[in-house]
Design a protein around this ligand. Structure first.
Ligand SMILES: Cc1cc2nc3c(=O)[nH]c(=O)nc-3n(C[C@H](O)[C@H](O)[C@H](O)COP(=O)(O)OP(=O)(O)OC[C@H]3O[C@@H](n4cnc5c(N)ncnc54)[C@H](O)[C@@H]3O)c2cc1C
Length: 497
């Protein structure tokens, strides 16, 4: 039997700067493979739009492999069954892949693959995909390790590899997936070529506007890097973007580099504690919120009666992407004003994001719901956010056409119109606000405060900080003031704001 190495692609869909590939070819011919795992794709965080992006990236990757001599293999099914199939035709010496910090299912799958490989005497070598580290981690040195890894040289793609005779397989039809088919007309296209185009466009034209436009839902659409889907699917490596930012003299590149650090900082937390996908950081916040499918639906479809919330949600539904601040505001509204479990609203958002990255996503969902206990809690006021970031209501009118004729004065609070012109107000075909924003914000603040005052709360919080908190000097220096009971110290600044 011919001896080979399997190169197992996960969310690292590129041949450039791919350490697993470079190492796999050192001592053997390789069989590069991507396995479409239906159990993973059928989770309520996954969606048709993500699959379309992934599929485009896979086709792009197959082209790249065709050019160097060995096509990328596609299989659908269970990873171990497929590795067994390969094992029946070849002597598999090693499996090479990137280290994945994915969701609970991929974590469990990796454990099974590890046991299987051990039982077959096959070495499974994993390489860093990001600067996220496995094993016992000393958080005090994390930043240094991050820096060192991110500054490593980029790895060239091989020019030629030997081809192996094996059925290359095809990408399955969309029909076999359980997710709902939907259109997401504004989403970005997958693949490395598109990723490089976007990166070039940003650095040549948009870096100057980055800090100024980052929070405006309209302007950020063009002025943010919008590289997150490409980073998430691995069409481009984080190191490539970091190097490009390092070469730039523009002040805004510092801001971008710090965001690239946050990327790994958040994923590191899930790597260290995979349960954060469904379990509250702080146990005192467990089950405090109530399920409500009707409110969840109204929020998720952009029908809350709050124009700026609805505009952001509808824009996200159409584009598969929205900027950080709007994600935070949408989540805050669901968690504080609608008092919905973050797991429910988080899954809805995950499905909508082309860039769904469990490590960032679930940490951010918890942060914006006040359950981490180590971040400053922020309850966004959607009316103020709208006035700040869309003063004339242009973004609102674009996405909520029901309000097209409403004047600037009332665009953020159309219900006020009823006091001046009830006839005009009653003609509006726009839903009335589904909650009272001031009352629900106040109640949420009180409920959270009550929990923080329970005996033992801050002792647990301190332990959480020691394991997961950021150690940046700026963060520690800016520790918020002590509270009235003198015990309350918020350890980690809300990094995203
Ligand atoms: C509730 C919520 C859920 C989120 N879910 C995701 C997710 O599933 N996937 C995801 O990639 N990001 C997520 N984010 C973080 C952030 O909103 C996106 O990374 C960012 O909007 C992507 O756009 P960009 O590529 O233009 O980012 P830029 O602002 O141009 O930043 C460049 C890169 O830095 C990283 N980055 C930027 N902001 C953050 C942040 N706050 N935390 C961690 N990394 C960051 C991303 O990799 C991003 O691509 C979430 C934020 C919130 C509030």
């Amino acid at each position: 039997m011919k001896e080979i190495n399997i190169l197992w692609f996960k969310k690292d869909l590129r041949i450039y700067d791919n350490e697993a590939l470079c190492e796999a070819i050192k001592d053997n011919d390789i069989l590069p493979i991507y396995i479409i795992e239906l159990d993973i794709w059928s989770q309520n965080t996954h969606s048709h739009r993500q699959w379309q992006f992934c599929k485009e990236s896979l086709l792009d990757l197959r082209n790249a492999f065709n050019e160097i001599g060995q096509p990328l293999i596609f299989r659908t099914g269970n990873v171990i069954d497929i590795f067994d199939e390969i094992g029946s035709k070849f002597k598999v010496k090693g499996i090479y892949s990137h280290q994945e910090t994915g969701d609970w299912l991929t974590y469990k799958r990796d454990q099974k693959v590890r046991e299987w490989a051990l039982s077959k005497n096959i070495i499974w070598k994993e390489f860093l995909q990001f600067s996220v580290f496995r094993g016992n981690l000393d958080r005090n040195n994390w930043s240094k390790k991050w820096q060192k890894n991110s500054e490593k040289n980029l790895l060239k793609a091989p020019l030629r590899i030997n081809s192996i005779n094996f059925d290359i397989g095809e990408i399955p039809s969309d029909e076999i997936f359980t997710f709902k088919k939907e259109t997401c007309p504004g989403r970005m296209q997958g693949g490395r070529r598109k990723a490089l185009e976007r990166m070039e466009y940003f650095f040549s034209n948009k870096l100057d506007f980055y800090s100024k436009d980052i929070s405006s839902p309209e302007k950020s659409f063009d002025s943010c890097t919008r590289l997150s889907p490409y980073i998430c699917w691995g069409c481009i490596s984080l190191k490539e973007i970091f190097k490009k930012a390092n070469m730039s003299k523009n002040n805004n590149s510092k801001m971008l580099k710090s965001r690239l650090t946050w990327h790994c900082h958040f994923i590191q937390k899930l790597e260290s504690e995979p349960e954060f996908e469904f379990k509250e950081y702080h146990p005192f916040f467990k089950n405090i919120r109530e399920k409500n499918n009707e409110l969840l639906y109204l929020w998720s479809s952009g029908n809350t009666g709050f124009p700026f919330i609805d505009a952001c949600m509808r824009s996200l539904n159409f584009n598969g992407w929205i900027n950080f601040r709007m994600r935070a505001m949408l989540m805050s509204f669901a968690s504080y004003n609608l008092w919905l479990p973050w797991q429910d609203s988080g899954s809805e958002l995950a499905k909508k994001f082309i860039d769904y990255e469990p490590g960032i996503h679930w940490n951010q969902c918890q942060m914006q719901s006040g359950t981490t206990s180590i971040n400053t809690n922020r309850i966004y006021n959607p009316i103020k956010q709208g006035k700040d970031h869309d003063p004339k209501g242009e973004f609102i009118k674009k996405w909520v056409p029901e309000l097209k004729k409403v004047t600037d004065t009332f665009i953020h609070e159309p219900w006020l119109l009823s006091k001046f012109n009830n006839e005009e107000y009653s003609k509006l075909e726009y839903i009335k606000p589904i909650v009272d924003i001031s009352k629900t914000s106040r109640e949420a603040r009180e409920k959270i405060k009550e929990i923080t005052q329970k005996k033992g709360y801050w002792d647990i919080s301190k332990k959480i900080y020691l394991k997961h908190g950021s150690r940046k000097k700026s963060t520690i220096n800016k520790r918020p003031k002590k509270s009235n009971n003198n015990k309350q110290i918020q350890y980690e600044l809300n990094l995203g704001i």
